[in-house]
Ligand binder design. Structure first.
Ligand code: ADP
Ligand code: ADP
Length: 224
């Protein structure tokens, strides 16, 4: 059971209050979407949960453990970035295997886990290629695969589809949906795209100017 609890989380950059009093519990297995215009504090919120940004005020708890000062790699979270953030000189296999190698997972197990994940994402035939030899959609699958092989307790997605063309975006959105249906991992997904939010979310949080403006199911948010 993985529950992510934000208790009046806030972030200031000097005088700029990027996020204020964000108070919410993300339930086990829930797919939560943070929706809002550019600059409203979505990324900052996600990065605080990931540990890539310090928390100025409030408490972050994952499965009952306070995480404010815990190292990013020890939080049980895996993040997928908009720009993929792949290592250009490494193969697809090595990109996906890297975190497991660092954790000293046995070679056989790495091969097995990367192999199964690649199969799930249709990447098997690309394992020996470098990212530059892949399409945008394939690169994003590698980035997602790299997160999956770590079997995180929480997935964090920062606008993962916004660099893709419209057609591919629709396809990848459906793939993400299927992935969540099959894995059921607690997920927090940042986007400014209303359609992504409506189709993927169990629950939507609308942010504006660093604060939570509305929380509800896609239906509730749409009807209001
Ligand atoms: P979003 O992800 O919704 O586009 P961000 O979380 O990136 O919004 O940014 C929220 C606010 O915080 C913006 O006003 C942005 O300019 C500011 N901000 C983000 N990162 C920094 C930073 N490292 N230093 C100063 N201000 C920042
Ligand atoms: P996004 O809106 O997709 O989050 P941005 O272009 O706002 O992307 O931010 C990209 C990077 O720049 C982030 O790491 C963010 O923290 C940083 N950043 C954003 N706004 C500022 C700012 N006003 N001053 C310094 N860094 C910033």
């Amino acid at each position: 059971m993985t529950e992510v609890k934000l208790e009046r989380i806030g972030k200031s950059y000097g005088a700029v209050e990027a996020v204020q009093e964000f108070d919410l519990t993300i339930e086990d297995g829930e797919f939560l979407v943070l929706l809002g215009p550019s600059g409203c504090g979505k990324s900052t919120t996600l990065r605080m949960i990931a540990g890539l940004e310090s928390i100025t005020t409030g408490d972050l708890t994952i499965s009952g453990t306070r995480m404010n000062d815990v190292d990013p790699k020890d939080r049980g979270v895996a993040m997928v970035f908009q720009n993929y953030a792949l290592y250009p000189h490494k193969t697809v296999f090595d990109n996906m295997a890297m975190a497991l190698k660092l954790q000293k997972v046995p070679v056989e197990e790495i091969r097995d886990r990367v192999g199964r994940t690649a199969e799930m994402l249709g990447l098997t035939e690309y394992l020996e290629r470098k990212p530059a030899a892949l399409s945008g959609g394939q690169r994003q699958r590698v980035a997602i695969g790299r997160a999956i092989v770590r079997t995180p307790k929480v997935f964090l997605f920062d606008e993962p589809l916004s660099n893709l063309d419209a057609k591919l975006r629709v396809k990848m959105r459906m793939e993400l949906q299927e992935l969540h249906d099959s894995l059921g991992v607690t997920s927090i997904y940042v986007t400014h795209d209303q359609i992504e939010a409506m189709t993927l979310a169990d629950r939507i949080v609308i942010m504006n100017g660093g604060v939570v403006a509305q929380v509800g199911s896609p239906r509730e948010v749409y009807d209001s």
